[in-house]
Design a protein around this ligand. Structure first.
Ligand code: IPE
Ligand code: IPE
Ligand code: MG
Length: 245
């Protein structure tokens, strides 16, 4: 099937967010170490970043590592941290050449300093690029992000920069890590799990959700196109009725 030709270029989702799940299970199914799944997963990230850029998607947010993932066995956590460093080292030129702007959300202070520094250097280095914005959620917890935003707002009120009556959704959203990034239109989760796992809770209020059984290391451009076609067949009513749209 050639799914790409079925995509309507006029109604592309502006922002796609992905919960890249199932890399460990993919490896175990083949009697391999879980890490082999993560290595394959990185190749898939590379391909999906390229595919998204080619299609003209403006924002791609990837759930790379959750706050809860810190509780995994330390061997897996350490291996993932070094994989992050190696991957960014290897791919930073590709990001530059493709005009990709790298952005980070999450509690970076919990990352080993080498990882944090390198990630932030990548963010600075690509900050002028105006092609695809690649947002990596690293050491990320949506609830923590919301609590942080509440603290920021309280501080602004205490400092006399804002009045309580002026707090509204838009001001609150501006205190989140995703300020100036539009909400995801489409949220994809691979591996068949039907949950959000503390990802972008505020931002996905009206996102279209797409769940696929496909494990992340098997997620191809074709699977990506399929999710976009599925999204384009839906009617986003935002509370209205069809006739009003
Ligand atoms: C998601 O895949 C990647 C990370 C959380 C780093 P998993 O590692 O959760 O893979 P499964 O869900 O155990 O198969
Ligand atoms: C969510 O996957 C986090 C990432 C994909 C980075 P998990 O595998 O950690 O989530 P749960 O444990 O199944 O909810
Ligand atoms: Mg998982």
């Amino acid at each position: 099937m050639d799914y790409k030709t079925q995509i309507n270029k006029e109604t592309l989702p502006q922002h796609i967010a992905i919960i890249m799940d199932g890399t460990g299970r993919w490896a175990l199914q083949q009697n391999k170490d879980r890490l082999e799944g993560h290595y394959k997963g990185v190749q898939v990230v590379r391909n999906i970043v390229e595919t998204a850029g080619e299609l003209g998607i403006k924002y791609l947010t990837l759930y790379v590592f959750s706050m809860e993932n810190w509780s995994r066995p330390s061997t897996e956590v350490n291996a993932l941290m070094s994989l992050l460093v190696k991957t960014l080292e290897k791919e930073i030129e590709m990001l530059q050449q493709n005009n990709v702007r790298l952005r980070l959300i999450g509690n970076l202070d919990r990352l080993p300093s080498a990882v944090k520094e390198q990630m932030q250097a990548g963010e600075a280095q690509t900050s002028k690029n105006d092609g695809l914005q690649l947002v990596l959620a690293l050491s990320y917890s949506a609830r923590e992000e919301i609590v942080q935003a509440a603290k920021t707002i309280v501080q602004q009120v205490q400092d006399g920069k804002m009045e309580i009556k002026d707090i509204d959704e838009s001001r609150f959203a501006s205190a989140l890590a995703t300020k100036d990034i539009p909400d995801p239109d489409l949220l994809i989760r691979t591996s068949g799990e039907l949950r959000i796992s503390n990802f972008l809770l505020w931002q996905i209020a009206y996102s279209e959700l797409y769940f696929t059984e496909c494990l992340w290391p098997d997620f191809s451009s074709e699977e990506f196109y399929k999710s976009i076609i599925n999204y384009q067949r839906r009617e986003r009513r935002f509370g209205k009725i069809s006739k009003q749209l």
